[in-house]
Design a binder for this molecule. Structure first.
Ligand code: FRU
Length: 485
């Protein structure tokens, strides 16, 4: 693993020529994806500024151009007409002023009165590396590039730690106000959310208070990337608590969870209807954000980073890593989120191939359970059926267990290589999307999901199945990987 100095990680990009060779080199990787948004070079992490604006979907990702390392972060911008086909649009936000001298960190967007406005964290650090996070804004220009406001909207509060970031902006019609939710940490290191309010988007912001979430006063050490949305009359609070282990999640200390409940803007209290749930049961799913301004009160569209902080992935040696999940549709059913692949994603289906034990590198699989018994579905096995990403469904406990320890390329072993995806109903169906270095599994029409990176070697493109019927489609590419900086 390459050791990076701070100077190397925090180098400022002088122009496209700085990374043209790196781009050309990683294009040849066997793990470059075909229908997922991935970094043009270096590392991608959180989705940022996701919104529908004048018929175009805008999305950015946290981007460190230099390699598979968390260093100086830019926003890299991509756009789509349909959430399926994506094209590169160049740098969205660059860390080029005092307030964000060490990174334009995560945030959100809103399309309002004909403007697309981005909110992000300016990560300022002094010479001695003391951090001051600023909440900043930018407005999309005619040339499809965001223009930053000269001054931040507000700075940090000194009654909380330096961890104050990832502004999520929402409009509350009843109150006639905008609110910003900021992921934060108390001085005694508990995760929380700070709330600001204003009648205007680009000025007048004042601190409203800390969000109260009864029962969650001591739940992790920092809540990254808060996201709040109303779906069919219920409020959903999604966040990424870190610095804590949670039951059933191995040794990992980074999670992405949700609560369904009621948000009261008078008392700044989110009252959960029930316990938290994991947004996704896989190894690699974090910092999920929904698209703003979609104009549909009964669903949200969510996207996440396929990856986790503090983890390392095998493409690190090729100087790139990370990608974004497929956007997924969120609805509420029986007090739970139901997450499904986007309707219309079937346009990517190319040829259907016979289920004869071979696994294409870019494909969709649809498994229908034969009965009510156990199912064994092993992906990326060797030709003799050994090894691979092994999924076992235990009908007695209604639980899928996924084990990635059998793969040739193992990684992040310290956080655990086996995780469970519990189901409420017996397993009837799995839809699996494979794209060269990722697998996303949707169980029972969205009852639960499991997302993981996986780096198969040449001898591992096989599968075995017991207890079900399988359909396989090769998928067409839908993401152009052009060199636009
Ligand atoms: C989450 C996170 C955010 C921060 C960003 C920096 O992965 O740590 O809290 O804004 O990444 O890249």
């Amino acid at each position: 693993m390459k050791e990076w100095t701070r100077e190397e990680r925090y180098r400022v990009l002088q122009g496209p020529e700085d990374i043209r060779d790196l781009y050309a080199r990683i294009q040849t990787s066997a793990y470059r994806q075909r229908y997922h948004v991935q970094p043009i070079t270096g590392l991608s992490s959180d989705p940022n500024g996701f919104a529908l604006h004048k018929g175009t979907w805008h999305l950015c990702y946290q981007w460190c151009p230099w390699g598979a390392v968390h260093g100086l972060k830019y926003w890299y911008h991509v756009t789509s007409p349909d959430l399926i086909h994506w094209q590169n649009a160049g740098i969205g936000l660059a860390p080029d002023c005092f307030y964000d001298n060490r990174g334009t960190h995560s945030g959100s967007a809103i399309s309002q009165d004909g403007e697309l406005v981005f909110f992000y964290t300016g990560n300022h650090r002094d010479e001695d590396w003391t951090r001051t996070p600023y909440t900043c804004a930018a407005v999309l220009g005619e040339d499809n590039r965001p223009r930053k406001l000269e001054k931040p909207l507000f700075g940090p509060r000194d009654d909380h730690s330096e961890h104050q970031r990832d502004p999520k902006v929402v409009w509350n019609k009843e109150k006639g106000k905008y609110y910003i939710f900021i992921g934060a940490q108390t001085l005694d290191k508990r995760g929380c959310v700070l709330i600001y309010e204003s009648e205007q988007l680009l000025s007048g912001w004042r601190f409203a208070g800390e969000l109260k979430v009864p029962g969650y006063e001591a739940f992790g050490g920092m809540w990254e990337c808060p996201y709040i949305v109303n779906i069919s009359g219920r409020d959903v609070l999604i966040f990424s608590p870190q610095y804590t282990k949670l039951p059933g999640r191995g040794e990992s200390t980074n999670h992405n969870v949700y609560l369904i409940g009621t948000m009261d803007y008078d008392t700044l209290t989110f009252t959960p209807d029930g316990p938290y749930r994991h947004l996704d049961y896989g190894f690699d799913f974090y910092a999920a954000q929904g698209a703003a301004s979609i104009g549909d009160p009964d669903r949200a569209i969510l996207i996440a980073w396929i990856g986790l902080p503090d983890n390392h992935y095998p493409t690190e040696e090729e100087d790139w890593e990370g990608s974004l999940s497929l956007p997924r549709e969120l609805r509420i059913r029986d007090g739970k989120l139901v997450q499904t692949p986007l309707p219309g994603l079937e346009v990517l289906r190319d040829t259907q191939i016979a289920p004869e034990g071979k696994l294409p590198a870019v494909c969709e699989l649809e498994l229908t359970a034969s009965g009510d018994g156990d199912v064994d579905f092993n992906l990326f096995t060797r030709a003799d059926g050994t090894g691979g990403l092994r999924l076992h469904y235990d009908s007695a406990s209604k639980r899928c267990t996924v084990d990635r320890s059998g793969m040739d390329k193992r990684f992040n072993q310290a956080v655990g290589e086996t995780l469970d995806m519990p189901l409420d109903a017996p397993l009837k169906k799995l839809r699996v999307f494979i794209d060269r270095c990722s697998a996303e599994i949707f169980a029972n029409d969205g009852e639960a999901t499991f997302t993981t990176h996986v780096y198969p070697t040449e001898r591992e493109f096989n599968y075995t199945l017991n207890g079900g019927e399988l359909k396989i489609w090769k998928l067409k590419p839908s993401v152009t990987d052009e060199f636009i900086v």
